[in-house]
Design a binder for this molecule. Structure first.
Ligand SMILES: Nc1nc2c(ncn2[C@@H]2O[C@H](COP(=O)(O)OP(=O)(O)OP(=O)(O)O)[C@@H](O)[C@H]2O)c(=O)[nH]1
Ligand SMILES: [Mg+2]
Length: 240
């Protein structure tokens, strides 16, 4: 068993799943992989099962009954990884927006003392490739909005490329996490910050997906806008 596990939530990622799994196993540091699939109609989980023969003991699969959002998929994966005592627990997308080779940068930041390392698009300017300008602006200003409301200084508040030390996830009551989209990413950072952990941002280049479909929606944006305010109020009332 490796010390680190990369959790990848998937919904209809048949075009990316094999290559993303192989890419993680090509990284010099050996990390295990857990796919949390929401019973994708395109057969993503079947492809994972096929690859499990090749990567026995290193590639794991959890299949949930139906599409229930990225946030609870990660919560499912976090609990799974905590139970198995992984020390370094990663969040990564299946669509190659996050370069698997950067996993080591996040890992090294944690080995050097960070409790949570965030692959960040906005520490050195704006490191985003191929995203339409409106999405870049939205994401960039979303982070400013989160800083304003929460008082956190994190530059990339909606980032979803992360390495956590296990103790950070153990300190959070995961059953209370209900957000499904970007709000989930914000909430995890806010809770880690509120619990006093050392959060470090590591510059990465984020590339828009070239294969498969985005699951981004207006509901996810709304959830984030109102969710941040709800988190701030909970914190003020000491109910976070
Ligand atoms: N298990 C599970 N995975 C999901 C769900 N929604 C999205 N995902 C996965 O979460 C990751 C991020 O989703 P994306 O659709 O790429 O969302 P995004 O990165 O915000 O949007 P784009 O930049 O447009 O791709 C991908 O690996 C998706 O397959 C879900 O409801 N359940
Ligand atoms: Mg994506």
């Amino acid at each position: 068993m490796s010390e680190g596990i990369v959790i990848i939530p998937t919904y209809n990622e048949i075009e990316n799943i094999e290559s993303i799994i192989r890419a993680v196993f090509l990284v010099d540091t050996a990390f295990d992989v857990l796919i949390v699939d929401d019973n994708s109609p395109d057969g993503t989980a079947d492809k994972v099962k096929e690859l499990q023969a090749e990567y026995a003991g290193r590639l794991f699969l959890e299949v949930r009954a139906g599409k229930s959002g990225l946030g609870t998929a990660y919560v499912h994966g976090f609990k799974w990884a905590i139970n198995r005592k992984y020390e370094y627990i990663f969040e990564m997308d299946a669509d190659f927006s996050h370069n698997p080779q950067d996993l080591e940068k996040l890992y090294n930041a944690c080995v050097k003392g960070a409790d949570m390392a965030i692959g960040s698009r906005y520490v050195t300017g704006v490191n985003v490739v191929n995203w339409p300008l409106n999405r870049v602006l939205m994401s960039y200003y979303a982070s400013s909005y989160v800083r304003l409301i929460t008082g956190m200084t994190i530059r990339d508040a909606t980032a979803g490329f992360i390495c956590y030390r296990r103790k950070v996830l153990e300190s959070i009551n995961l059953d209370r996490i209900k957000f499904v989209g970007y709000a989930f990413q914000i909430e995890m950072k806010y809770r880690a910050h509120a619990n006093g952990f050392n959060i470090v941002e590591v510059p990465i280049i984020f590339t828009d997906r070239t294969k498969g479909e985005s699951k981004m929606s207006n509901a996810i944006i709304k959830e984030a806008i109102f969710g941040v305010v709800a988190l701030r109020i909970k914190r003020m009332l000491n109910r976070l």
